[in-house]
Design a binder for this molecule. Structure first.
Ligand code: F6P
Length: 256
């Protein structure tokens, strides 16, 4: 019975990878929305995967979020991990200090004995502030990393949850609603067809730079995120992405 369960999942993994147009999918059993401890399983798979592909002096861009945060329990110093540089993929996010990329890179680096780079900037910068900030040497140093990232580890969220977490104003929320935003990743909001309908004006890795990275690990699970995950991958995505998800999200996409 155990074997059937495992082989059943691997069939689903192949199907889902095909549907999403990506290299590989790993499905952990359960649904994060029903049992929040499933998020730890996602973190473990992602941590193990990162450990397996990491090579000496690799640079690793990390986004924020609770799912990416779950990796930190499964990282430890090793020959290659301790030579990594973890780079925050974006500037800070509202008040949620412990879910920020900046916080996560320093925690991951501490776990591995690795190096890290942070980017402390407000979200929703004005055009003028943005143009000034991006020329600052301390900002430029981090931004230059984005062109030579070896591994990207990122979360995917629902548009609603992310707009809410970011304290986005009423007009932004109304616009996301009208344009039918369903998913969010890297500060980009997507509709069901995968069109980018809105972008947060902050300094961070660009989708083009993500696509240039040879390794991409996406971690997101839960039935409620199914549409968001599908929307993100409908955008002309990086085919080299490995998605680590749970049965909740996988079944919701496969049974549509
Ligand atoms: O804010 C960073 C981020 O990675 C978003 O891009 C993504 O939508 C969200 O976090 C996912 O967060 P969680 O894993 O907590 O659902």
């Amino acid at each position: 019975e155990m074997f059937q369960e495992v082989s059943g999942l691997s069939t689903k993994e192949k199907k889902l990878a095909e549907i999403l147009g990506i290299k590989k999918v790993i499905i952990v059993p359960g649904d994060m929305d029903v049992d929040s401890s499933i998020q730890l399983l996602l973190g473990k798979e992602a941590g193990d995967y990162l450990t397996a592909i990491a090579k000496k002096d690799f640079t690793v861009a990390i986004t924020g979020g609770s799912t990416v945060a779950a990796l930190k329990n499964f990282l430890s110093p090793s020959k290659s991990l301790s030579t990594l540089t973890f780079v925050a993929a974006r500037g800070s996010l509202g008040n949620e200090m412990n879910l920020q990329a900046n916080t996560l890179v320093s925690q991951f680096a501490a776990k591995c004995g690795a190096d890290f780079r942070t980017l402390y900037l407000p979200e929703n910068l004005s055009e003028t502030a943005f143009m000034t900030m991006i020329q600052e040497p301390i900002v430029k140093e981090v931004v230059d990393f984005y062109d030579r990232i070896d591994i990207v580890v990122h979360g995917i969220g629902t548009a609603k949850e992310m707009a809410y977490r970011r304290d986005s104003g009423e007009s932004v929320i109304k616009m996301l609603d009208e344009k039918k935003a369903v998913g969010e990743a890297f500060g980009y909001y997507f509709d069901e067809a995968g069109n980018i309908i809105y972008r947060i004006n902050t300094i961070g890795i660009q989708l083009e730079q993500v696509k240039q990275s040879p390794h991409i690990i996406a971690v997101a699970g839960g039935t409620l995120k199914a549409k968001a995950i599908q929307a993100y991958f409908k955008n002309e995505t990086a085919h080299q992405t490995i998605l680590i998800t749970d049965e909740g999200a996988a079944n919701a996409i496969l049974n549509k």
